[in-house]
Design a binder for this molecule. Structure first.
Ligand SMILES: [Mn+2]
Length: 450
């Protein structure tokens, strides 16, 4: 049956209490787990519960709805799928109404089939309804329907809520700062992700296709207890690495290719997110090594900039300054540094941001700017730092010796009171470290060791 640790239960309970403390009296919060989606006839996509719902409950069944009510007292209600021996025989166990309150430390549980009736009762005397504006349009429609139904009754002496508010403003801000339980989960997700990446690097010299590297990567995640990937794994060799979100992973790996792996494991709902780039042969050629070293220097400059009261923009500027200077030195950009930075000419080779918030969602919730200015880092935030360079054969004015090189290096960083702590440690990162590490897994080592 459902196993949730005491620590986890306390975490979710505390988060519900914190959220309710932000809200005025006579408020009601609705958060849905989401439902299973059909992939094709009789087959569903693997279900992954909505992160807001997970954050407030720790419960992972589909077709569930959490309702929190703040009137003279605070109450938590969970609507869940009814116990059904036949359905459970076919589709898996359900927690059910009887077990839910104790198991999840909630006040009441009800069958999901009674959602309309149940919520209409709970809405009595409620003035403000809080629901996420960023997803589940269907839920917003349902809320509107409930309010309409109550308004009909107003004529007969009832009352209806007067406003529907965006829950994200409160809940997503809470999610930006991680508590101790969350940091532990992110550490574990990071550790498993590192091991998966090592398995991928280890396998590449004996792999023919990208998907074979993916198999080793994800096998290691599973072996270490991660229930699923945090996002679809990218294993991109050669020119495929210049496609930022390449997930086909079907190509043959050529021996002179660089292989870019962007993947992370999930642990207790929290995501790891790492990118490694390494040579299929175990040896970088000189152009690959030059560009790799440049991206690594840019990443280090950005990581160094991550500390409380700095901003993402400072880290991004640090990265692009290093990248731009390096591209000028290599003759891949022309002119002087100030002009190149002003004209943003690096953007033809580095076209994405330097990172994102990390948490239950890999691109985690939370705003990056407040009142039009970059928000400052605070201890407890977790971010990724992932500069890259991508030179494809489309860059026809560039000497072809640079073509089909895509490099990204990504780590996960916890903002601490004194700076930034890299959570994803344990990977060989410099050119030399990677080549030395990969040498032990070469297939046919000659007398020189290469
Ligand atoms: Mn990322």
């Amino acid at each position: 049956m459902l196993k949730i640790s005491l620590e986890q239960l306390e975490f979710h309970q505390k988060k519900r209490q914190q959220l309710m403390a932000f809200l005025p009296d006579n408020s009601l919060v609705i958060v849905s787990s989401g439902e299973e989606l059909i992939r094709n006839r009789d087959v569903e996509f693997p279900f992954r519960v909505d992160s807001d719902f997970m954050y407030l409950t720790g419960f992972e069944e589909p077709d569930s709805v959490l309702v929190l009510v703040k009137k003279s007292t605070e109450e938590s209600h969970l609507f869940v799928r009814a116990k059904d021996p036949e359905q459970e025989t076919w589709q898996g166990r359900r927690l059910g109404v009887l077990a839910a309150p104790d198991t999840l430390r909630l006040d009441c549980a009800h069958e999901i089939d009674g959602l309309d009736e149940g919520v209409l009762t709970l809405l009595e005397g409620v003035e403000s309804v809080y629901v996420s504006f960023s997803h589940s349009l269907e839920l917003l429609g349902t809320v509107h329907g409930w309010i309409q139904a109550l308004k009909e009754k107003v004529r007969k002496g009832g009352d209806a809520p007067k406003q529907v508010c965006d829950l994200d403003v409160y809940l997503h801000e809470m999610r930006v700062i991680k508590s101790e339980f969350e940091v532990q989960s992110l550490r574990k997700a990071a550790t498993i992700s590192v091991q998966g990446h090592l398995a991928a690097m280890k396998s590449v010299q004996s792999s023919v296709f990208e998907f074979q590297v993916q198999a080793e990567l994800e096998a290691e995640f599973l072996r270490l207890g991660s229930p699923r990937v945090a996002f679809n794994s990218i294993v991109a060799s050669g020119k495929n690495a210049c496609i930022l979100h390449y997930t086909e992973n079907r190509s043959e790996i050529k021996k002179d290719d660089l292989v870019l792996v962007d993947a992370g494991a999930e642990w207790q709902g929290y995501a790891g997110d790492i990118t490694t780039t390494f040579p299929a042969s175990g040896r970088f050629n000189s152009e690959q090594a030059l560009l790799y070293t440049l991206v690594l220097a840019a990443q280090q400059a950005a990581i160094d900039a991550i500390k409380p009261n700095e901003t993402y923009d400072v880290a991004h500027q640090a990265a692009i300054k290093v990248l731009t200077q390096g591209l000028l030195d290599l003759g891949l950009l022309q002119g002087d540094l100030d002009t190149a930075l002003k004209e943003e000419s690096y953007k033809r080779f580095f076209m994405h941001g330097t990172g994102h918030w990390l948490g239950m969602d890999v691109h985690d919730v939370g705003v990056y700017k407040q009142n039009q200015s970059w928000r400052v880092f605070k201890a407890g935030m977790v971010v990724t730092v992932e500069p890259g360079l991508y030179i494809s054969e489309e860059h026809q004015d560039v000497d072809e010796k640079w073509h089909n090189i895509g490099i990204r290096i990504e780590d996960d960083i916890l903002v601490t009171p004194s700076g930034g702590e890299v959570l994803t440690t344990g990977l060989p990162r410099t050119v030399e470290e990677i080549e030395t590490w990969m040498r032990q897994y070469r297939q046919n080592v000659n007398s020189e060791g290469f």
